[in-house]
Design a protein around this ligand. Structure first.
Ligand SMILES: NC(=O)C1=CN([C@@H]2O[C@H](COP(=O)(O)OP(=O)(O)OC[C@H]3O[C@@H](n4cnc5c(N)ncnc54)[C@H](O)[C@@H]3O)[C@@H](O)[C@H]2O)[C@@H](O)CC1
Ligand SMILES: Nc1ncnc2c1ncn2[C@@H]1O[C@H](COP(=O)(O)OP(=O)(O)O)[C@@H](O)[C@H]1O
Length: 272
């Protein structure tokens, strides 16, 4: 199957809190992202998850990114504990990662919960115990599967499908059109983003959006792992619509995109 996935589809994949919910039942998303080199990636992922809606955010990392995350989002909890979905690797270079973050990364990889592998963790699929979503851009995918970037840009759908089959994981290949490929060959295409979104940090925010969606659908994913593809595509739709709103036809910043997320979600729910 090869299908366009749009706002009407995304509206069905938003978990609306109910009377009986608490912060744990809504879902906890854990982040091991950012580093002394790229602390901003940690802030952007956490900010985007907070604005997507989740019961709790746990951020586990080095001192500098932790301080920056707390400055922007004092709601984040920075101690170990229960997590229903992980976001790993944005803003991390395995060569220079400090020992504390490295230990947290190994701990997270060993847990059987849905896991987003981004940035410096893209090559850790074999070590991940949980259901995996890989979120590469074309350059990263090229390195991962040993294919020239030009070939990926020429046929992104085929590249995403090949990677999903080889890695036995769902792959969200970023770009103007975002392609989400499942290991069984199913493909979803998302085209909601303006080209103003091609700016540094956009992918870090996307990882946060999808992390929040996976955490708030943890039970559903345990029963139906294939749903991870629709949730990944939903993240791309929300991210693209928020970019459109933040842009309003001009340049955008990623914090503005994050700020636009709650209204985008509310409007999707009203229209559903
Ligand atoms: N504020 C921050 O802290 C930011 C941190 N970032 C982090 O920086 C690290 C390195 O990210 P990079 O994306 O530079 O990764 P890389 O340096 O690994 O890849 C960039 C290389 O891939 C090539 N390439 C081919 N197709 C591309 C495409 N569609 N998009 C981007 N590059 C493409 C580029 O020409 C370049 O040579 C990641 O861990 C990322 O999370 C970035 O997200 C930028 C913002
Ligand atoms: N030309 C484009 N039009 C629309 N969206 C784009 C375009 N180029 C990139 N994007 C989106 O911007 C984001 C870029 O992510 P990524 O390359 O990982 O950035 P970073 O690593 O700087 O965070 C992705 O969500 C991607 O789909």
């Amino acid at each position: 199957m090869d299908a366009l996935f749009g706002p009407d589809d995304a509206a069905r994949w938003i978990a609306v809190p109910r009377e009986g919910d608490d912060k744990y039942s809504r879902g906890v998303v854990g982040f091991v992202t950012g580093s002394a080199t790229y602390p901003g990636a940690a802030v952007l992922g956490v900010e985007a998850a907070a604005r997507t809606g989740v019961g709790m955010i746990r951020y586990l990392g080095a001192g500098r990114p932790t301080r920056m995350v707390l400055q922007r989002r004092p709601e984040a909890v920075t101690v170990e504990g229960r997590v229903q979905a992980w976001v790993l690797g944005s803003g991390q270079d395995p060569e220079t990662l400090d020992d504390a973050a490295r230990a947290m990364l190994e701990l997270a990889l060993g847990q059987d919960v849905p896991t987003v592998l981004d940035g410096g963790a893209l090559d850790r699929r074999a070590d991940a115990a949980g259901l995996v979503l890989l979120t590469p851009h074309a350059g990263e995918l090229g390195r991962l599967i040993g294919v020239d970037v030009a070939a990926i840009v020429a046929d992104p759908a085929a590249a995403a499908r090949r990677a999903a089959a080889e890695q036995n994981a769902t792959v969200l290949l970023k770009g103007h059109t975002t392609h989400v490929a499942s290991p069984d060959g199913e493909l979803l295409r998302v085209r909601s983003a303006p080209s103003w979104l091609a700016t540094a940090g956009a992918g870090d925010a996307l990882a946060g959006v999808v992390g929040a969606l996976l955490a708030t659908h943890a039970e559903l994913l345990a029963a139906d792992p294939a749903a991870i593809a629709a949730l990944a595509a939903t993240a791309a739709v929300l991210h693209g619509l928020a970019a459109e709103r933040a842009s309003a036809g001009g340049p955008l910043t990623i914090l503005d995109l994050a700020e636009a997320l709650p209204r985008v979600i509310a409007e999707l729910l009203i229209g559903a």
